[in-house]
Design a protein around this ligand. Structure first.
Ligand code: AVJ
Length: 313
């Protein structure tokens, strides 16, 4: 055992993987896809010709950030859910010139890195990073308590959550930001199955590598013996739940161990690794309404393929 080369296992990762592989329908929460390598691969996905969401989201922000600023007003405080390592944050900050920026992330490392990068672009902008799990309400820094808050949740990340969890999150955001605050949120639309499948099963195999990286991560961090070559990436449109699902499918009968526990899978069985829900116009509004938000504005990309919505608590 080469102890030195193995990072200490995250107990929550171990618990989720062991429970997920033991369940009758195998599933591992999507957040474990995003280790260093996974985050790099997701970055690469955003550059793919088939992966339209990032380009659509960025273009919509560029076109409509000034309108957002006009509605929200100056001297507001932008609270970004997720630490804003993307190129989208500067677009919004430039347009709204807020009094302060509050990035929120559960990972202190990501938070420090992206805050430092942002501070170098906006040297005079007061930054108040908050290390918190934004799925639950949390306390904003005292310095911004009296200001109008604009929550920012780009990337259609909310699509990762099943609707019940998404509504819980929206309610938590409302609690955190307070009545009278705003939320600018991106949601991907329902569209042709061909377009959706291509976006989640690209011709260069980057999404496949992103998905399969989870198995490498399990082997690395949880002393696993999963034969990664015996699995393939699958993207499936689940029409009943209006979502793209990512699965890892066993190509033959396999046996392996993770953290000393033995597992067996038959050929064709899968591990469900991610959901990406797609919302129609009414669905998106209903979700926000259920979460305690009133939609005031909606901007959509060409062919109604993607949307950003502005809502008020
Ligand atoms: C980061 C959740 C927005 O669902 O489109 C992309 C993740 N997974 N390709 C998405 C993802 C495979 C992405 N989100």
């Amino acid at each position: 055992m080469d102890v030195l080369r193995r990072p200490p296992a995250d107990p929550a990762f171990r618990a989720d993987v062991l429970a997920g592989l033991t369940a009758p329908i195998r599933a591992i929460p999507a957040r474990w896809l995003y280790d260093r390598r996974g985050s790099e691969l997701f970055e690469a996905i955003t550059q793919l010709p088939e992966y339209y969401p990032t380009r659509a989201d960025t273009a919509l922000l560029e076109q409509h950030a000034a309108a957002v600023a006009e509605i929200v007003g100056t001297g507001d405080v932008v609270v970004e859910f997720g630490s804003g390592s993307s190129t989208k944050t500067p677009i919004l900050l430039r347009a709204t010139s807020p009094a302060a920026y509050v990035p929120v992330d559960i990972s202190g490392d990501f938070l420090r890195e992206s805050s430092a990068a942002l501070q170098s672009i906006f040297p005079d902008l007061p930054l108040y990073p908050v290390e918190a799990d934004f799925m639950r309400p949390f306390q904003l820094p005292d310095a911004v308590a009296q200001k109008t808050k604009l929550g920012f949740f780009p990337g259609s990340t909310i699509g990762n959550m099943v609707p019940g969890t998404a509504v819980d999150l929206l309610r938590a955001m409302r609690q955190t930001l307070g009545v009278g605050s705003f939320l600018l949120i991106a949601m991907d639309r329902v569209k042709s199955v061909e377009t959706l499948l291509a976006a989640y099963d690209d011709s260069q195999g980057v999404t496949a590598e992103f998905n399969l990286n989870l198995l490498h991560r399990i082997n690395r961090e949880l002393d696993g013996s999963i034969p990664v070559g015996a699995f393939r990436h699958r993207a499936v449109w689940n029409d009943g739940f209006s979502r793209i699902e990512m699965h890892l499918e066993a190509l033959r009968d396999v046996r392996f161990e993770v953290d000393g526990c033995a597992f067996e899978m038959r050929a064709g069985e899968t591990i469900h690794t991610e959901n990406s829900h797609k919302y129609g116009r009414r669905d998106a509004r209903l979700l926000l309404t259920a979460g305690g938000w009133t939609v005031t504005n909606e901007w959509t990309a060409e062919g109604d393929s993607f949307a950003i919505l502005l809502a008020r608590a």
